[in-house]
Design a protein around this ligand. Sequence first.
Ligand code: URA
Length: 433
Amino acid sequence: MRMVDIIQRKRDGGKLTREQIYYAVEGFTRGDIPDYQMSAFAMAVFFRGMDEEEIADLTMAMVNSGDVVSLAGIRGVKVDKHSTGGVGDKTSLVVVPLVAAAGVPVAKMSGRGLGHTGGTVDKLESIRGFRIELPNEQFVRNVNENKMALVGQSGNLAPADKKLYALRDVTGTVNSIPLIASSIMSKKIASGADAIVLDVKVGSGAFMKSLDDAKALASTMVSIGKSLKRRTIAVLSDMSEPLGTEIGNANEVAEAIELLRGGGEPRLKEICLTLAAYMTVAGGAYPDVAAARRGLEELLQTGRALETFRTFVEAQGGDPAIVDDPGLLPQPAVTVSVRAEQEGYVQSIDAEAAGIAAMMLGAGREKKEDAIDYAVGLSLRKKVGDPVKFGDVLAVIRSNREQNQDIAETILRAYTIGAEKPEPVPVVHAVIE
Ligand code: URA
């Protein structure tokens, strides 16, 4: 077999066999197939696409390129969640303890943030002492005892995807549905869950800017999951403005705790309850989504979900006192209010611009090696649809810098204020099963 024949076949719109796909992925992972051939292959897939069978084969070839986690030591149906990435997305910090409190085990591996989107692992590391690496036996024990553990993604999970993603990033081939779908699903399947709930974000702050593209991506991932015998459900959720009020790390943990106490911003709560409802139904805790939502609301109101979170923080070496007093989390040296310069209603908040402003403060990374400042970020005081008077505080900058004028200007530009109250946009657009 020759790689050039595989590239030409895809370039001409042909269907690849399982053997051809494995040959390309295995050779590339070993280093026998050079980057230039794999880049040409990615471009051919970008233009010609792949059918469901090819996408499932590509996914499994990437799964088999590295470690496959066995969760056999954990009792019950193991359910995982994955978000395609957004700004202010702290849903895992709420959803995982909530699902665990309902008795469904979640053995989760999460990533770090890059660019304008944040990562769950960075947020958790803002808790003093918290360890995102656990020996495998302790990971399994924690899930059996408290129904949840959350660790950083292991280095050797789907290494073919890691190598291919780095090439796609610099060859204009990221935005291909077969390549995104196989990339995400390979990591989820290698992580060992029985059922997967995907949170596919749509809007200005997301990968997928239109609902049609997001639906196509979601349907592709659901079909991959089904063909590989993993129950897979995709929730399409809105990312046309940042999620919740906080963007950063420590402040997002504090917002998650507020939600686990039964409070929180309504849109954030809605997406968390929706994701948790589908996860707990897939895990067999409730007969249907309506019953799940009632049960989960009770777990929030009675403090059971918060107790699961506290036990989780303590079991992974973190200071549990932050649960009662989030003021103990890292705090910034200064806070600066950004005030409205006109009256009206908030029409939109550019999520990507807000994410970039938080990154400029040090809450995120421009490059993989960059260090994070856990204390800094943004607190949004006005969200889309809110009325605004001249001089009202739109957002508060949490900073360790002396000069914050550039950030304040970025935030002012991110807010669009107009005369009419905008029509509300639903936070959950659709669910694909
Ligand atoms: N997230 C991934 O893990 N892979 C992609 O290709 C895109 C987003």
